[in-house]
Design a protein around this ligand. Structure first.
Ligand SMILES: *[C@@H]1O[C@H](CO)[C@@H](O)[C@H](O)[C@H]1NC(C)=O
Ligand SMILES: *[C@@H]1O[C@H](CO)[C@@H](O)[C@H](O)[C@H]1NC(C)=O
Length: 618
């Protein structure tokens, strides 16, 4: 209650001048798209997309002044003095219309000049002048209607798909018709569809109780992924042309928008869980086997084999066929842009350096997570393989390193002026997925930024291992039970701290927040997870539902593929209205298609390739 009052209090402090719908109705529309297909169907069709800067045609211009003041509040408003237009020049501004307004027009004007004059012509209604700021493209009938031969990348991708399908057909036939026995070729039967389907849907009963205790993590993973895809579904609406951008402006100030923004720390929870599982499994392994740093290459190769086939498949898809899933005026600036990056950065993806090199050139944005996770995996393995014998010392060391890395992050954030997500999430920045924001490309996407989360995971692994060894019954400690149940609401409450931050920016405070926000989030999650392992209550039963199991096994594919699918769904050929309901619709459709596509990808690519390569190498 106290918190709520505080939130309301701060929210009212933060909010600046309020603008009415009528004020906004005087502004020129922020986005507009003419019909694309109809335009270019005509042989003389010309379609241009670009952004224009508006300036007053004559002074004084009260509406323009208001627009400027409105745009200066960039923390919550789009820049209304910059408008975005997709015009069918051939229909909207035939050369004759423009002549009426400019006697000196020669007939040889280029499309670019025509586009600018056309926008200017319409801006004059508002007593404004429009000058072209960015031209994305001008397409003509010939550009669109001539069939291009498939590129080399497309041909290679097609061959890869054929090869995969063929391998699956042969593998399945072989597996079905050849009896099990020692002579059965493991390389071929790796591609058996029924066997891999069983792996995907397999529900273990019994087995190692330490492993069964971990099943609730599957539910957590699926739910966290669902939250991530919802946040992305909202981000997509900023990227496209909407008819009611006011809604998106308000969203950055609303509690649900703030939770979505601050909830981005959740992705560090994935890093933490992955390092926890790595550390915990190695520690369990160490009870029966000797560990040593010589095992590190083996660990890395095994992990690499698991993630790379799907990763490259999706990057390959991004570079080739993705572009053909949609047709429309925005395709070149959304799917096209990332598709180019996929072609240019393919080899960086192969070596998991895509978040290090050219990090602002995104190819399927969520793929940044794979190198981060891999680098942290290597760190976690190295640490455990070095210090597994001296666990007590290790925990002290990790705690020390956790605090040191947080402090270093704060120092770097202060010096480089890296800002917390809550200060970054301005409508204009989200619109460009933070492309030219170093706080995002150099810090948020970086591997080093995830180091604290990794240490939280490792410490949790040691705690859990000691609890196992000493047979401690955590559920008998009342304070821990309360802490566990409290950790889930706290996760959400913590995300609303953004409310307090928003209006009060100070460099020192920001640096401290940047450094401790994500580790604190991970610690809360770690408490929640530890409770899930030990306390048999409603939360655990919910997260242990067997339905989560198969979904969690597909999370690698889902994590990357949902971006492609959501982008294809969202790149509509005309400007559309947005609201919570529209976001929910996009989100549901994305999840439906993504999970449907993830089933074949997991059983026909991820599992068989992993088994095949393991058999081949070891
Ligand atoms: C809005 O856009 C115009 C034109 O690009 C630019 O000059 C101005 O600085 C921008 N305003 C803000 C607040 O970013
Ligand atoms: C006509 O176009 C020329 C550029 O070709 C420009 O300098 C001039 O200002 C325009 N005149 C009007 C009335 O728009």
């Amino acid at each position: 209650m106290v918190l709520l009052t505080l939130v309301v209090l701060f929210a009212s402090v933060v909010a600046g001048q309020d603008y009415t719908d009528e004020d906004r109705a005087h502004f020129p529309r922020l986005f507009h798209l003419d019909e694309y297909d109809r335009c270019l169907a005509k042989t003389d069709g010309v379609y241009c997309l670009g952004s224009f800067e508006l300036t007053p045609a004559k002074l004084p211009h009260p509406t323009y002044e208001l627009m400027r003041k409105y745009s200066d509040e960039s923390y919550r408003h789009f820049n209304r003095t910059r408008i975005h237009r997709g015009y069918c020049l051939s229909l909207r501004c035939p050369t004759s219309t423009l002549n009426l307004h400019n006697a000196t027009v020669d007939f040889e004007v280029t499309d670019t000049i025509r586009f600018e004059r056309c926008a200017d012509f319409y801006a004059q209604r508002h007593n404004l002048q429009a000058s072209l700021q960015t031209l994305h493209y001008c397409h003509t009938h010939v550009d669109i209607k001539t069939d291009k031969p498939p590129s080399a990348a497309e041909q290679i991708f097609k061959q890869v798909i054929y090869a995969l399908v063929l391998a699956n057909v042969i593998g399945t036939i072989y597996d079905v018709f050849v009896e099990d026995g020692p002579n059965k070729n493991k390389l071929l039967s790796a591609f058996s569809i029924p066997a891999n389907w069983r792996r995907l849907t397999y529900l273990p009963d019994g087995g190692d109780p330490r492993q069964t205790a971990l099943v609730a993590l599957d539910g957590i993973r699926v739910m966290a992924l669902g939250f991530t895809t919802y946040a992305h579904a909202s981000v997509f609406h900023y990227m496209f042309h909407t008819i009611n951008p006011e809604y998106l402006e308000q969203l950055t100030q609303r509690w649900d928008g703030i939770i979505l923004t601050d909830g981005t720390s959740l992705i560090q929870g994935f890093v933490m869980m992955s390092c926890f599982l790595t550390g915990y499994n190695l520690l369990m392994f160490s009870q029966k086997h000797e560990l040593g740093i010589h095992l590190l290459p083996l660990c890395i190769i095994k992990r690499y084999i698991r993630i790379t086939p799907v990763h490259l498949l999706i990057v390959g898809y991004g570079a080739t066929w993705w572009l053909y899933t949609r047709d429309g005026p925005l395709v070149p600036t959304t799917i096209g842009l990332e598709s180019e990056a996929c072609k240019a950065k393919f080899w960086y993806h192969v070596f998991l350096l895509n978040n290090v090199v050219d990090s602002s050139n995104y190819c399927v944005v969520p793929t940044w997570f794979l190198p981060v996770n891999m680098h942290m995996y290597i760190l976690a393995c190295t640490m455990v393989l070095l210090f597994w014998r001296r666990r007590c010392f290790a925990v002290r060391l990790y705690t020390f390193l956790l605090i040191t890395s947080c402090l270093l992050t704060a120092v770097i954030a202060y010096m480089q002026e890296y800002k917390a997500m809550i200060y970054l999430s301005l409508p204009e920045q989200i619109r460009r997925i933070f492309r030219d924001t170093p706080s995002f490309t150099d810090f948020y996407l970086s591997s080093w930024g995830a180091i604290p989360s990794c240490f939280v995971g490792l410490i949790l692994a040691h705690i859990q291992h000691e609890i196992d060894l000493k047979n401690v019954k955590l559920s008998e400690y009342k304070w821990f039970v309360y802490l566990h149940y409290g950790s889930f609401p706290l996760l959400f409450t913590w995300a609303t701290t953004g409310f307090f931050m928003q209006g009060n920016y100070s460099p020192v405070f920001n640096a401290v927040y940047v450094a401790f926000d994500r580790p604190f989030y991970c610690i809360l999650m770690a408490i929640g997870i530890l409770g899930l392992i030990h306390i048999d209550g409603p939360i655990r039963r919910f997260y242990s539902w067997s339905g989560w199991r198969s979904m969690a096994r597909m999370s690698l594919t889902v994590m990357m593929l949902h971006w492609c699918i959501n982008m294809s769904i969202g790149t509509r050929p005309s400007a559309f209205g947005t609201s919570v309901l529209d976001t929910l619709v996009d989100w549901s459709a994305t999840n439906l298609f993504t999970y449907a596509a993830a089933v074949p990808i997991t059983i026909m690519v991820e599992y068989p390739m992993q088994r095949f390569l393991e058999k081949l190498l070891f």
